[in-house]
Each structure stands twice: as C-alpha cells, then as structure tokens.
Design a protein around this ligand. Structure first.
Ligand code: PGA
Length: 252
C-alpha cells in the first residue's frame, strides 16, 4: 500500500533562526514516527541550515521551487544541482501561487520536473482549479490540462518518483477546505488519468496529496478517502504542534 505523506510548505515565512526553532521543535515531536513520510519546505535561504538539523532525521527536506537549468546567467534562480547539494529529497513545482502570481506555465513545470528527476529529486507537482473554473464546471478539464502539460513528457519510470498534489486554489489559505468527497472525486480523476497515460502499476503506487486549508481537525476525514494519500500543508505547518498533529492524523 501507499505510504502516507505529510509535507509542510512554509512559503515565504520564517527567518533562519525562526526556521531552526520550528524544525528543532518539530523534530522533537515526530522523530519516532514510522509508517509516514514527512517533509518540510522552508524558504531557499533556510534550506542549508535546516538540513543540518535534519541530518539523520526522519524528516525530509523539500524546496518550494527551482529553475530547470543546472547553472548559468539566470539571476535570482536556484538550480536542482544546488537543491541536491543541500540535501533536498523533494521540490514543489507548479504551486498555484507560482502559476497565478508569477505566471508559471505547465510547460515550465514539465521542464522543472524533468530537471529535478535528472538530479535525484522527486518533484511534487501541484495542480488545481480556481473557484471560477469550478463554478463553470471546468474543474476536471482544467486539472486534466495541467496534468497533460506538466507530466506528459515523463516516462512511466520517471512517474514512480513523482508526487502529485491536488490543491484547489479556492481552498488555499482561505480556511475553506474541499470536502473529503470533493477532494476524493478529483484524486480519483487524477489516478484514472495516470492509469491511461502510464498504466495501472504506476497509478496504484502514485502518491496524491491534497492541499488547501488542511488542519489537525480535518486531516482524518481527508485521509479516510481511498485516493487521498497525504497532505501538502501551508498555514498549519508553521507551528510544530499543529503540523505534528496532522502527521498523527495522516498516519491513520
Ligand atoms: P494552506 O496552503 O494549507 O495554507 O491552505 C496549502 C498550500 O498552498 O500548499
């Protein structure tokens, strides 16, 4: 069976001292956990110091974004080589904040995913519709397009190392979570899409996270759904106690 996976996306929060304080406290709370994959995604400048604290920890390190080139004249960008060097096991790509605020396209997401895989980092590929798209009845279509654009050039072998996160834009940071049924409907759609493109074995092993206002109070209901394998947690990952409670809930 798929191993539950709880990842914390710190977004643009925490200075280095604050990041160290958070991860040290978190380590104390979840270090003994087994049977659940745990990762945190601090801002770039905190990756290296946080990695030092996480040495020999069960908590894995993730980045929030990357560029697809290995090095060069790309002012402001960070490459997968650099992320691998500081010990990132995962990297979020195509988060809706990147797509909506910074104009990221699925084509860019595909290039980033390819580059990350080339350097041994598992991409956490985010997809999700806006409220207007959902209200127009286009949610499945939009997510299908994002999946096609972001993943279609990967092989089945690559896909084994990819994580998908379904994050409806209207549920992110709004306190308005998708119901477990709404999330399950989309997760099942995503898994069917993967069956068609990459086959049943890849699809049945694929980890699909839900993201959008996940909290200690709603994680169990979400995890009870067949196709929800974990959570990508924003706001509630900024406090060690709430994130640790979500990890507990994620374990079932
Ligand atoms: P949220 O963010 O938990 O604060 O809604 C989730 C995300 O954007 O990954």
């Amino acid at each position: 069976m798929r191993r539950p996976f709880i990842a914390g996306n710190w977004k643009m929060h925490k200075t280095v001292p604050q990041a160290l304080e958070l991860v040290e406290e978190l380590r104390g709370l979840v270090e003994g956990e087994q049977g659940v994959e745990i990762a945190v995604a601090p801002p770039f400048v905190a990756l290296h110091p946080v990695a030092q604290v996480l040495r020999s920890s069960v908590i894995k390190l993730a980045a929030q974004d990357c560029f697809w080139e290995e090095e060069g004249a790309y002012t402001g960008e960070v490459s997968p080589v650099m992320l691998a060097d500081v010990g990132c096991a995962y990297c979020i790509v195509g988060h809706s904040e990147r797509r909506c605020i910074f104009g990221e396209t699925s084509e860019g997401v595909a290039r980033k995913a390819r580059a990350l895989l080339n350097h041994g980092i598992s991409p956490i590929v985010c997809v999700g519709e806006t409220l207007e798209e959902r209200d127009r009845g286009e949610a499945l279509h939009v997510v299908g397009e994002q999946l096609g654009g972001s993943l279609a050039s990967l092989s089945a072998e690559d896909m084994v190392r990819v994580v998908i996160a379904y994050e409806p834009v209207w549920a992110i940071g709004t306190g308005r979570t998708a119901t477990p049924q709404q999330a399950q409907e989309m997760h099942a759609f995503i898994r069917r899409w993967v069956v068609e493109k990459f086959g049943g074995d890849v699809a049945s092993g694929l980890t699909i996270l839900y993201g959008g206002s996940v909290k200690p109070e709603n994680i169990r209901g979400l995890m009870a759904m067949d196709d929800i394998d974990g959570a990508l947690v924003g706001g509630a990952s900024l406090r060690a106690t709430s994130f640790a409670q979500i990890v507990q809930g994620g374990k079932g």
